[in-house]
Write a protein that binds this ligand. Structure first.
Ligand code: HEC
Length: 454
């Protein structure tokens, strides 16, 4: 690998700059309402190709450890990953995707590098982004978790390829293709330099020192994040070190008052997830944030559990709309069969339906009518997949009006984004990720300069 190189190192990220104001692109009829997102001529906008690579178990703790070749101190002090790793995404991905000291459980056939094409524009109201990448999955990854009736209760059905239910119990490998967009700024300690690695810890699911599930389930905060859905959470997910009172101990969560104070200071991350199964069927993305846990924003998302799991589904398919009430195992490979419960379009109430063993239903519903608040901010995120290549266009208000769980984006300022892609039914940490990427809203030097639409 190369010796240390300064910030001025040549950029490998392919970027074509055409200038930042393209008044010819479209007429914004009413500046107060923003542009018509469907009329943006993306062929006129510059694009940047980001190399997303496979990170193995390179956690917050590992990058600060002795194993990280005598640079633990530098990382501890907040040095940028890219100061030493510019142009190394390909090498890192290749090294980590196979058996390695920080990859004990390689995913068979996993692609180590995914080029993600990014374009970005904004007007007075919205940030618009367009993404394109090639999925390595054979078929469309557009199915989410299912639930299956075993004759007595409902159980989860289908999971990512390395899940024991798939490996040991023969359930189908199902995990939706998805794109994650993490947004932060200088308020979040070290995030501009170290990006997603600030949120990734050894205690998380699939990591070196995964927290004991029973302990997580009993934790009053971490165990309770799905309480309103009748579910216990037994896995640690992303969190920021500042949300802990004892270094990065997953269970040392700061008090509610302290967490509120951190939010008010902007010490949290915004996380938008576009998901081919769980959000795309209604053309939106889900809006999360990361502080003490990864949680949905306030309000109600369009993506919602289908009833209270073990106690049974709230919705079945509408026979009149799709031709059946429930799916059977053999239907899952049939592309002609509806797989998404879209309230008001493909759903009927589950009340009074007599289920039999083997009946399968989606574990989530898409409910546009009841969505509200910050969780419903990303109201346009449409993707399509042609010959394995996804194209997704997303818009989000610059100022969502929800400063406690969204980053309010201001023209002229520079933010740090981190991107991730999941594909080919590989789940959880088996994704590809970017090093931190700077994104400016209009003016401002950055890796990706958002074009101002006029
Ligand atoms: C001060 C320089 C420096 C900084 C900052 C730095 N690294 Fe490293 N990193 C290295 C060196 C040197 C190696 C060892 C290279 C080798 O294995 O040939 C390394 C190795 C790695 C490896 C293992 C590669 C392999 O093949 O075993 C990963 C993963 C990694 N770094 C990730 C990161 C991340 C993520 C960050 C930011 C949070 C980061 N590094 C910050 C210098 C640095």
């Amino acid at each position: 690998m190369t010796e240390l190189c300064e910030r001025s190192c040549a950029r490998t990220w392919t970027s074509v700059l055409l200038g930042t104001t393209l008044g010819v692109l479209l007429l914004v009829a009413d500046p107060a309402k923003g542009a018509d997102v469907e009329k943006i001529d993306w062929s006129m906008l510059p694009s940047t190709i980001l190399p997303l690579f496979y990170p193995g178990q390179s956690s917050y703790q590992w990058v600060r450890s002795e194993e990280h070749k005598r640079v633990a101190k530098a990382v501890e002090n907040g040095d940028p990953c890219l100061e030493c790793h510019r142009e190394e995404e390909q090498d890192l991905g290749t090294a980590l995707v196979v058996e390695h000291s920080i990859e004990p459980n390689p995913v068979e056939g996993k692609v180590s590098l995914v080029p993600l094409e990014v374009q970005a524009a904004h007007d007075e109201v919205y940030l618009y982004m367009r993404f394109s990448w090639k999925s390595s999955g054979e078929g469309p990854g557009d199915m989410g978790n299912f639930m299956r009736y075993d004759g007595a209760e409902w159980q989860w059905y289908g999971n990512h390829r390395q899940h024991e239910a798939v490996v040991d119990d023969g359930q189908p490998a199902i995990y939706p293709d998805r794109l994650g967009i993490m947004i932060g700024d200088e308020n979040v300690d070290m995030y501009p330099n170290q990006g997603c690695w600030m949120t990734c810890h050894d205690s998380m699911v699939g990591m070196e020192d995964q927290a004991i599930e029973e302990d997580v389930a009993e934790h009053p905060v971490v165990g309770a994040i799905y309480k309103q859905f009748g579910l216990t959470n037994s896995l640690v997910r992303k969190f920021l070190p500042e949300s802990r009172t004892d270094e990065t101990a997953w269970d040392a969560v700061a008090s509610a008052d302290e967490l509120k104070g951190l939010r008010e200071e902007g010490k949290f991350l915004d996380l938008i997830i576009w998901d081919a199964a769980l959000t795309n069927p209604v053309g939106v993305a889900a809006d999360f944030n990361v502080l003490d846990v990864k949680a949905a924003d306030e309000g109600r998302s369009r993506l919602w559990p289908n009833g209270k799991m073990r106690q049974g589904p709230a919705y079945v398919f509408d026979q009149g709309a799709v031709g059946f009430n429930v799916l059977a195992e053999s239907d899952l490979n049939d592309p002609a069969k509806a797989k998404h419960l879209i309230v008001g379009k493909t759903t009927a109430s589950a009340d009074g339906v007599a289920f039999k063993e083997g009946d399968i239903l989606p574990a989530h519903i898409l409910d546009v009518g009841n969505a509200k608040g910050s969780a419903a901010d990303v109201d346009y995120a449409k993707g399509s997949r042609v010959d394995g290549t996804y194209t997704v266009v997303i818009r989000r208000k610059l100022d969502t009006g929800h400063p406690l769980d969204d980053k309010i984006l201001e023209p002229g300022k520079v933010y740090t984004f981190g991107f991730s892609v999941h594909d080919d039914a590989a789940g959880k940490r088996a994704h590809v990720v970017s090093f931190p990427v700077t994104v400016s809203i209009g003016e401002g030097e950055a890796d990706i300069q958002t074009v101002t639409l006029e």
